[in-house]
Ligand binder design. Sequence first.
Ligand SMILES: Nc1nc2c(ncn2[C@@H]2O[C@H](COP(=O)(O)OP(=O)(O)O)[C@@H](O)[C@H]2O)c(=O)[nH]1
Ligand SMILES: [Mg+2]
Length: 328
Amino acid sequence: MAPIDVEQLARGVLSGRRRELAKAITLVESTRTDHQDLAQHLLERLLPHTGKALRVGVSGVPGVGKSTFIETLGLYLVGRQQRVAVLAVDPSSAVSGGSILGDKTRMPRLAATPEAFIRPSPAAGALGGVARHTREAMLLCEAAGHSVVLVETVGVGQSEHAVASMVDTFVLLGLAGAGDELQGIKRGILELVDIIAINKADGDNIPRAERAAAEYRSALRLLRGADAPWAPRVLTVSALRETGIDALWAAVEEHRCWLEIDGRLEDNRRRQGRSWLWSLVREGLEAALVGCAPVAEAVPDVERDVVSGRITPTEGARRLLRLFLQRD
Ligand SMILES: Nc1nc2c(ncn2[C@@H]2O[C@H](COP(=O)(O)OP(=O)(O)O)[C@@H](O)[C@H]2O)c(=O)[nH]1
Ligand SMILES: [Mg+2]
């Protein structure tokens, strides 16, 4: 990367130029310490211009139709004078060799739209790092004037929690055959969702999709109780035939209105900020611990003593922490 002028980059982002936005995201994703310092300067400079977008998470198992849905929804929103950004959290992409999320080639029409900006998942590393990069990319997209940010993730494992902790509205895509599928979906995920859209409600599949929607509705009522403050909306869509998208978006807007009552939106975002702060502190502490030479030297002995039952895990942890906290 050529020498970076943060002020110039900030102005480029604010003027909504995609090249500058892409460059800013690359800076945020860089692992170089000097880049990280510049990235934080850039973010601080841009923070007053962030926070205005509708932040929407989209999740679902592979094959449910996320890419198709995001392209259809994105084009629908562009048609309503929105500027859409698509980001992704895919911690597996480093393993599976290349991100499949937020992949432009799977959203060719949206990728060709000037009002839309698509960025694949940051490629490297652990969930925490990937999610942090996506979260900061979201702020950059907001500063660049994107009014809707869609954050995609695969419906397996922890990544939904990471996405739920950066968005305002969480949409789960489901399929007909909910009875079987509900077994596979962790209850934890149902606790995160604000809206469920049963996809592929087209052709012969419509009655099955409607039945699935009803099953999800009753599962959610059981899970959350009838008097939950927000009763998640469950509807059917066809991302392929582009039906049900207006009702889906109306549900997102309804949820947004609900969030704006009594400062819920701001409360949520404050809570999210606090929880990011502490998860980053925890990550930093763990990295410092692992990188601390006296600790690293003692680890093999302490582990051996714990494993062989000579000392308790509690005592082992105390020894390592003592070494860590006593260093200069
Ligand atoms: N019939 C039908 N097929 C769909 C629909 N949405 C997606 N598909 C198909 O389902 C497959 C997986 O879609 P994709 O968007 O790649 O799913 P992803 O893995 O969740 O991103 C593709 O063959 C799509 O054409 C839909 O609404 N109806
Ligand atoms: Mg996909």
